[in-house]
Write a protein that binds this ligand. Structure first.
Ligand SMILES: C[S@@+](CC[C@H](N)C(=O)[O-])C[C@H]1O[C@@H](n2cnc3c(N)ncnc32)[C@H](O)[C@@H]1O
Length: 243
């Protein structure tokens, strides 16, 4: 988390290059008005505006992010746009108490999360049957475009905690949701994978919070039940409801 605590204030500029990837990834979610979407590892909320275009004011976004500094930027964005349909959870995805069953989930540049089976399982356990799932991010380019790895290596070292799985970053997700359509972009340095939770997933289910305002409106919810980052999340103001 340390690198994102430092990067939070400049993160949006750093990611500007990848906006076309973000747009394509979100368009592959095929969102409909009224949908509920999980933005997994939402960072500063850079995806929120386009997600809002898909779901409209009757839909809901649940952003899950463990780094309080990143989430604070997301919270600021939500406030500036006066979005009342965004719930922000300050927690590691693997233990987040997700208060909804969602129609879609986005994993945009979230390699560490995609390498964590418990995190993926927690998300998939909160997806409705046939929910759309899209993941996009860095991957090792193949032999024919290997020079692209001169970009992938420093970018991955800068933004992930491990290079493990960079050859097939989506494979653990595919193991839980079924087959994914994986498309290379940027000389194979980036992938976009999409699929659907065909029959829902029941193998792992955490207790969801029953906090009604979390499910119905917006807000920021700290991670109270675990030790690892409680102190980090507290300054966000647990349950500082956004209206
Ligand atoms: C490269 S950023 C991507 C942010 C956002 N999805 C975007 O596209 O702009 C990765 C984010 O995942 C978050 N993250 C990493 N591991 C996490 C975990 N286990 N639980 C929650 N957030 C996590 C990081 O704090 C960081 O904000």
């Amino acid at each position: 988390m340390a690198q994102y605590r430092v990067r939070a204030s400049v993160y949006d500029f750093e990611l500007a290059l990848f906006e076309p990837i973000r747009r394509e990834a979100i368009s592959r979610l095929a969102l409909r008005r009224g949908d509920t979407v999980l933005d997994v590892g939402c960072g500063t909320g850079l995806s929120f505006a386009q997600l809002q275009q898909g779901i409209g004011p009757t839909g809901k976004i649940v952003g899950i992010e463990q780094c309080p500094e990143m989430l604070q930027q997301a919270q600021r964005r939500v406030g500036q746009q006066a979005w009342s349909n965004v719930t922000l959870l300050c927690a590691p995805v693997e233990v987040a108490e997700i208060p909804v069953m969602a129609d879609a989930a986005l994993f945009h540049f979230t390699h560490d999360i995609l390498r964590c089976p418990e995190a993926i399982a927690n998300v998939v356990a909160h997806l409705k049957p046939a929910a759309h799932v899209v993941a996009a991010g860095l991957q090792w380019a193949g032999p024919r475009t290997w020079p692209a790895n001169w970009f992938v290596l420093p970018a991955a070292l800068y933004s992930t905690t491990s290079l493990e799985g960079l050859d097939r970053p989506w494979d653990k997700l595919a193991g839980l949701v079924g087959s994914l359509d994986v498309q290379p972009r940027c000389m194979g340095a980036i992938y976009i994978a999409n699929g659907s939770a065909a029959n829902g997933y029941t193998g792992f289910r955490r207790r969801s919070t029953t906090t009604s305002d979390a499910a119905q409106g917006g807000g920021v919810f700290g991670w109270k039940s675990q030790n690892r980052s409680t102190a980090h999340c507290q300054h966000l103001g647990v349950r500082a409801t956004q209206t």
